[in-house]
Design a protein around this ligand. Sequence first.
Ligand SMILES: [Zn+2]
Length: 222
Amino acid sequence: MRALTGVGLILVGALLSGCGGGGAQVGEQRVCSANTFVPNYVPQLERLLYWDRFPVTVYFERDANYSDYYRTLALQGFDQWVDATGNVVRYQVVQNPDAAQITVYFKPDTRNGLTTYTYYPSNGRLRDAKVEIGVRGNNPIDIRSVAAHEFGHAIGIGGHSTNPEDMMYPNFVTSVPLQISQNDLNTAKTAYCNYFIGRSRAAVREPDETPVEATIVCGHNH
Ligand SMILES: [Zn+2]
């Protein structure tokens, strides 16, 4: 069953050039541009994607690296986006992996994070995402920060900021909590712009195409 609600994204046409799109798609309205919410780093991204509705479902893989403690820290990181967007971005933790849109893994061999997602290239709609959160060192500040950063990718920020003040800068300094900057927030708002400008969303068709996979590797702290 298709669970499409009346939500859809107004894509920024310029974003899709270079990743197979290149303009507004059938059935979508172009309302927002990269100039709608400024400042932002939309032009620096490889792509800006979106989920067709919220809450997005999150599942924590119960492998040998899982712990409730890590889960709590990760959710605190995710909640930074929920709070910053005024509950526009929100998630629901599910217990059934088959119901997961975002699957979370903890990785003890690294402090870094990594996000892999699949999306439909014609309209930038996300299909699923896998988030890896490095927990080496067991530093709760870093685990929370990496979770927040990777969740930024998982909600559609496809690339990094070049400004070290932004959460989506690729590197982080250990034990310094990452915060969502105005640049970060405006970039996310661009992906979900019609939620923020009071427009109802046009329905998004289920794309009749093969999703594309992309991986974002996040750099190391100094
Ligand atoms: Zn990253």
